[in-house]
Write a protein that binds this ligand. Structure first.
Ligand code: GDG
Length: 459
């Protein structure tokens, strides 16, 4: 089997298990097959004189990392990746900021990744790059003579052509995508948005359902929905330790109805609208006052970007307002935790909650939805309320699917979940569980690698 080289903006350290299902699965796959994980170490150095790669080894995995300079961090990571590509790909053109410096930095860092990676590749390696930080990596490798099979997976949505066109250098970005041999998206909709752009604006043509001919190349373009390690998560949620945590949760105020939300504090996750929907639910169904609590775990993220400070202030004001208006000496309606909590605590919180509220305004997939399902007791499962704009909704139709912008609709869905009979909850949960098993983390990885390992399609 050919050696696998994974490239991502950040490398998850093998020793740190906290990185989440995806990183764990990538690591499991790498450990099984043997290979290299290449990316940013997370360190920031003053200038380019401090840049050099370092190498560590664990079993048959070599981890190769390099730092970013302060300027790269500001212009490439915060600037282009997170204040230009991230908002555009999440349909938030109002928040997108474009500058020539940031675009240049994106090209520069992708070139540098290619420059450091090319010499350590052997002719038979397969390379799998991840996410929007590294769209231009393949072009950098190709210009250095690399002819290996190169794959790319986009974890975030791919917008329709007229949204993408807001990026000044959108043609360059799409040409860069086409230097890969296999391009994976989370959903069929993302796949179709990309193919539409290539066929309508870049002179490409589809030669089969998942094969594009464009710019003198043949590229496989397909949907590979990301998943979680279902059994490991279910085990964590049903352990004796988790039961202890759930009892503890119930002692802290004894909510009879716990609604859980878990999201990085990102404007794409729809948290202010979620809080407003919970408020509306209390207004429309006041019999739930003193019984219902919305527990929102929202660890900080990208705080140096202004839009992220704004969303934090908005959410703090909203939780204060709801607690002030509805709360009482013996009841706090919104419990808002603005920090990261350990993964096993999350699993216990999911299991101890009767409703999982997952209402992003736009999301590539959303693993929280899948974790919530995996964590439930199949004999007495909770109800998942899921935004139609999460990639997960393409498959998980047995959830209560909602429009996250419609505060009344989400409030009514909460009510529907509260009164849902046990039999219906069990049926919906069984169907959802079967689906997340079918598309679990290991199937995701295996199906992408099958496409990448396949022989090239002749022109
Ligand atoms: C991107 C795409 C796509 C959250 N808070 C804590 C914590 N988490 C964990 C969750 C989950 C993960 O982080 C979040 O995954 P999501 O999928 O919900 O969202 P993004 O971070 O935006 O991820 C997304 C994903 O990539 C994979 O392709 O699904 O659409 O945007 O695992 O549990 N983990 C811990 N403490 C927390 O406080 N330990």
């Amino acid at each position: 089997m050919r050696r696998l080289v994974i490239v991502s903006n950040r490398v998850a350290e093998p020793e740190r298990q906290a990185a989440g299902g995806l990183a764990v699965c990538i690591l499991d796959g790498l450990l099984e097959r043997g290979g290299v994980w290449f990316g940013w170490s997370g360190d920031i150095v003053a200038d380019e004189s401090g840049i050099g790669v370092s190498c560590t080894r664990r079993d048959n995995v070599t981890v190769v990392t390099m730092p970013l300079t302060e300027r790269d961090y500001a212009e490439y990571y915060l600037g282009y990746c997170n204040a230009a590509l991230w908002p555009v790909h999440h349909y938030r053109l109002d928040l997108a900021r474009f500058t020539q410096e940031n675009t240049e930095a994106y090209r520069r860092v992708n070139e540098r990744f290619a420059e450091e990676l090319a010499p350590i590749l052997t002719k038979t390696d397969v390379v799998w790059a991840h996410d929007y930080h590294l769209i231009a990596l393949a072009a950098g490798l190709r210009s250095r003579g690399v002819r290996n099979r190169l794959g790319f997976f986009l974890h975030i949505p791919f917008p329709p052509p007229d949204v993408l066109m807001a990026v000044p250098e959108h043609e360059w970005l799409v040409d860069s995508f086409l230097q890969y041999d296999v391009i994976g998206f989370q959903t069929k909709m993302d796949q179709s948005n990309f193919c539409r752009f290539v066929c309508e604006h870049a002179g490409g043509e589809m030669i089969s359902d998942d094969t594009l001919r464009a710019g003198g190349r043949i590229v496989t373009v397909s949907a590979f929905p990301v998943g979680i390690n279902v059994d490991a998560f279910a085990e964590m949620a049903s352990s004796a330790e988790a039961q202890k945590r759930i009892r503890w949760l119930h002692r802290c105020g004894e909510p009879r109805l716990n609604i859980i939300g878990v999201d990085r504090l990102d404007y794409t996750k729809g948290l202010p609208d979620r809080f407003r929907s919970f408020k509306r639910f209390l207004e429309l169904h006041p019999e739930n006052c003193k019984a219902a609590t919305l527990m929102q775990i929202a660890p900080p993220t990208r705080e140096e970007v202004k839009a992220y400070c704004d969303i934090r202030h908005e959410l703090e004001a909203l939780s204060g307002e709801i607690n002030g208006q509805f709360g009482d000496f013996d009841w706090t309606p919104v419990r808002y935790v603005h920090r990261s909590v350990p993964r096993d605590t999350l699993a216990a919180l999911y299991r101890g909650s009767q409703i999982g509220l997952v209402t992003p305004l736009r999301d590539g997939m959303n693993l929280v939805a899948k974790e919530y399902i995996a964590a439930q007791d199949p004999e007495n499962p909770g109800v998942l309320i899921l935004s139609r704009f999460a990639g997960a909704a393409e498959d998980l139709q047995e959830a209560l699917i909602v429009n996250p912008y419609d505060v009344d609709e989400v409030a009514q869905a909460i009510h529907k979940a509260v009164i849902m009979p046990l039999e219906e909850r069990k049926q919906r949960h069984a169907a959802l569980l079967a689906k997340i098993r079918e598309h679990d983390a290991c199937n995701w990885m295996a199906s992408f690698l099958r496409a990448l390992d396949a022989p090239p399609i002749p022109m």
